[in-house]
Design a protein around this ligand. Structure first.
Ligand SMILES: *Cc1c(COP(=O)(O)O)cnc(C)c1O
Length: 355
């Protein structure tokens, strides 16, 4: 069997959800499980978080499957619906939906009488992606309130800079000004805001990346904020070579040895979800030693420096990211974020659940 696998630590997932709950004790916490639970497997993640206050996804079919599986808590569509005919599915499966545009309100106006749909009306407080601009939110809310097909209404907004120096205050002030006097629940905080900006916790928080043990803050890891990694992508050395000085390795010969040097070939490549753009020097754990990748990542293999790892052999365990080699460090070396690496885990990688 090809030795690559991703271990998903369900206790760590539950621990991380507990961290979100503890930080925002007065708020309901929607576990964000979009994108197949950030690559961890949505059915598995939801099962581990069966007591969650709710789930949030982007994919209608995923929401339907959660409901069919028997979860009874709120299930929210964070990007809303795209066509009027999805509304009957939303209704049938008692899903909640974000509403961010007048086009969506128009589609909702055409709904026949029936079970009311809970909505989260989205204000664009400065991210300039989805949501009603502050000048339109009152009119939008009037339409929503007047629609008999609408049940509970929650106000929602999303932060562009909760993880960086610019912070949330500027958006928070716009949100508060635009929604003053509206007597309804409010949801603002993603992981970064849960961790760093308690003034945003309000009634409903939306932890995503933190559930998976990954820090949203540049230059830190989940461990710095009491999170535990959930996914460990591991494989093995499947060949060992000794490079002579001047010899190059892999496609394009992108790395050339200056001195004699042992290298290991690892059964993991971009078809497993490892980023092809990870350059030489991306951290990798071989046995219990941190070393680095060398040269280009290919489809099924990558190569690692064994200079400081004399005990490495064919069969030595390699952690690409996770326990002992934080995904944040790998992401930084590869010029991306942990989110992208976790979400990109390929279907061909065998999953091992750790209870
Ligand atoms: C994905 C998403 C979240 C979760 O964000 P994280 O940074 O992963 O915590 C929260 N809210 C909305 C609207 C989202 O789309």
């Amino acid at each position: 069997m090809r030795p690559i696998s991703a271990t998903i630590d369900l206790a760590a997932l539950r621990h991380n959800y507990g961290v979100a709950r503890r930080l925002a004790p007065g708020a309901a916490a929607l576990a964000v499980v979009k994108a197949n639970a950030y690559g961890h497997g949505i059915a598995r993640a939801a099962r581990a978080l069966a007591d969650a206050g709710g789930f949030a996804v982007v994919e209608l079919d995923a929401a339907v499957r959660l409901r069919e599986t028997g979860f009874e808590q709120p299930i929210v569509l964070l990007e809303g619906f795209f066509e009027a005919r999805e509304l009957s599915v939303i209704r049938e499966y008692r899903l909640s939906t974000v509403v961010h545009s007048f086009e969506q309100l128009e589609m909702m106006r055409g709904l026949p009488a029936g079970r009311a749909i809970d909505v989260m009306v989205k204000l664009d407080s400065g991210m300039n992606r989805l949501g009603f601009p502050p000048g339109d939110i009152k009119a939008a809310l009037e339409q929503v309130k007047a629609n008999p097909a609408v049940g509970a209404i929650t106000l929602i907004t999303h932060f562009a800079n909760a993880d960086d120096e610019k912070g949330v205050q500027w958006q928070l002030e716009r949100f508060e000004r635009a929604t003053a006097g509206q007597a309804m629940a409010r949801s603002l905080a993603n992981s970064a805001a849960i961790l760093r900006h308690p003034q945003t916790h309000a009634d409903v928080v939306r932890p995503g990346i933190m559930l998976y043990g990954c820090s949203p803050f540049a230059g830190t890891t989940g461990a710095d904020v009491d999170l535990k990694p959930v996914m460990t992508l591991a494989s093995e050395i499947i060949a060992v070579r000794d490079l002579a000085p001047g010899e190059a390795v892999g496609y394009g010969g992108a790395y050339t040895a200056e001195t004699a040097q042992p290298i290991g070939v690892v059964a993991c490549g971009y078809a497993d979800g490892y980023p092809r753009h990870a350059p030489t020097d991306t951290p990798v754990l071989v046995g219990d030693r941190l070393t680095r990748t060398l040269g280009r990542v290919s489809m099924d293999m990558l190569t690692v420096d064994l200079s400081g790892v004399p005990e490495a052999r064919v069969g030595t365990r390699v952690v690409l990211w996770g326990e002992g080699n934080p995904v944040e460090h790998v992401a930084t070396a590869a010029g991306t974020v942990g989110y992208e690496l976790l979400c990109a885990l390929a279907p061909r990688v065998r999953i091992i659940e750790k209870a």
